[in-house]
Design a protein. Sequence first.
Length: 398
Amino acid sequence: RRSSSGRAGAPAAAPRRPMGDVKIAGRYRLGKKLGSGSFGDIYLGTNSHTGEEVAIKLESVKSRAPQLLYEAKVYRVLQGGVGVPAVHWYGCEGDYNVMVIDLLGPSLEDLFNVCNRRFSLKTTLMLADQMISRIEFMHAKNIIHRDIKPDNFLVGAGSKSHKVYVIDFGLAKKYRDSKTLEHIAYRENKALTGTARYASVNTHLGVEQSRRDDLEAIGYVLVYFLRGSLPWQGLQARSKRDKYEQILRKKVDTSAEALCRNLPAEFSSYLNYCRGLRFEDRPDYSHLRGLLTDLLARECAHFDCVYDWTDQQPGSRGQTSLVQRPSQHRDAPRQRCEPPRWPHSHTQRETTPQTTTRQATSGSRKPYSYEKQVPSSPMRYEVPKAAAFGFSPLGGLR
């Protein structure tokens, strides 16, 4: 499966030896190809010592934009978080950079297609709670994702098929210093990074991304799940640049209330909250989760992890029976699927000192060495100044 983000890279060429003969780190046997990501290919693997199946990501060392090492570093920072795949091994084998991670089930985009491109309110709300929690954990680790989309959220395999995982950190970025908690500076005229369909208005306007943008993007994903599409899909344009500018205009012209017409008011409240955040603001994750879990309760639905696709077998990523009922799993009793009460379990485990929101200033701050410079691609173009469109950044600094 090729990433729908449009981000292009040099995919890894298939290994020349027969698959069964290729071993990674002396113990991971390379199997069939599962799909293609934005910067490489993903294969099924098997630990020859334990029989455990894993996912193996390959990237050619000759890639013009190698990024697997960077992504492995981000995974290392996030290790131990709920819904973050474990990294089993990273290194170089022959002509390839290799990362071995947990084998997961299908993506939410895959499951969306299985369900005829529409999720029920109950399924959407259960997914929303987990997606917000995954991103909150990333933010607590001082990292923003910057490519929120259904393809980058997967369900687990087997007994973990009720749990949502977040993946693909190739465009992730450190937004504050892990020791001082100093926030990166507010900047404009930035290239669009991520997926235009779900990108925040400020991202389209060329504003440096921060925590607010990840959450606004989740809001668009939720509306996409409920409606089946977004108003800015399918726009006719002469070029990629023209298309992205049309998407921007449509997003700015579409209020949260119009976008969420005939949906519960909580969804427009969610988007208005995210759009109103300032650049350095710490979002109130519990408030956003509470909006949606209260709606779930008001609809008399239970957070039981029985989704629209439960008991179906999409056959994605080489897996079968990925979406069994939670009660079928010996290690996943139904009560574990209940949304946690605040304070959320992530913040109980990872306490982040809070600081007051400051206005970004220029001059004294040094650039962060953690930032990944991603080469130009069809999804990265220079954004004209917002004034050229007659728009102002939402939220901004004040």
